[in-house]
Design a protein around this ligand. Structure first.
Ligand code: AKG
Length: 263
């Protein structure tokens, strides 16, 4: 099995097939360099202020990590609501819900000397699986070139199809990709950050999308309250969760103009 690479004009059906088969796929050069640099600049002060707040054995001690980028880095909305990303979320999540939401938006800067992150799955935040249903699809954006040496994300191909790793030693591949590219990986895919053996940090942004009837990983209404959500278009407000799922799940009348009614 090999990690599939596509250009940004990829036919959606080909990308969907690769994701179904291996659980992960890279699309190169999706976002222009200028937009990526604007996002990185908007995220910088938060990295410097709060990047170390989440240090622990899992996140690492030489890795900065910031959450909820829509709170302070508005240009990241272009990545979060990118049409190609939403097309894949439509394909994998919409068959199982009426609408989906963002779970988390996390900036990750791996510094020189950081080791491999333990391999893990992102959908383990939900305490069950239902065969045939993806709970989450995740996207890692390369905010700089991702190389073998600087800690490109490691993914275990096919791991979305395996329930139990006790008998196997998973063998990851690295999602080497140029700045502005993205790695899709499904919720049950084993993955983790790589070790950084270079002299410069590796910056990425992970956005997760989950079925609309699941609780969002991050409490988006505290992270991006109505007065901040108002700056975003309807697509982003829907992704944040300022709308119902179906006729009544998550209904509210207090969010005023930010609320999206017509679902
Ligand atoms: O930084 C990476 O490449 C992956 C990080 C990750 O998977 C995580 O922190 O959950």
């Amino acid at each position: 099995m090999e990690l599939a690479y596509f250009d940004s004009d990829v036919a959606h059906a080909d990308l969907i097939e690769a994701l179904r088969n291996t659980g992960s796929a890279v699309v190169t050069n999706v976002m222009d360099e200028e937009t990526i640099d604007i996002c990185a600049a908007e995220m910088r002060p938060e990295f410097d202020r709060h990047g170390r707040d989440t240090e622990n054995d899992f996140n690492g001690y030489k890795t900065l990590r910031i959450s909820s980028t829509l709170r302070y880095a508005p240009t990241t909305a272009k990545m979060i609501a990118h049409p190609l990303v939403l097309a894949m979320a439509d394909a994998f999540l919409k068959p199982h819900c009426l609408s989906y939401r963002i779970g988390s938006n996390t900036g990750i800067e791996i510094y020189p000397g950081e080791g491999h992150q333990v391999l893990h799955t992102d959908d383990s935040i939900y305490p069950l699986r239902i065969p045939g249903i993806q709970f989450q699809i995740n996207v890692m954006w390369a905010m700089c070139d991702f190389t073998e040496a600087n800690g490109a994300t490691r993914v275990v191909l096919g791991s979305h199809l395996i329930d139990d790793y006790f008998d196997e030693q998973p063998d990851p591949v690295q999602a080497v990709m140029p700045k502005g590219s993205l790695l899709f990986y499904l919720g049950p895919v084993l993955h983790g950050g790589g070790q950084n053996n270079t002299e410069t940090p590796r910056m990425g942004l992970i956005n997760t999308y989950a079925l609309g009837w699941l609780r969002q990983e991050v409490n988006q209404y505290l992270a991006v309250p109505p007065e901040l959500a108002a700056q975003y278009d309807e697509t982003v407000r829907r992704l944040l969760g300022y709308t119902k799922h179906g006729s009544s799940l998550g209904h509210s009348r207090v969010a005023g103009d930010v609320w999206v009614w017509d679902e």
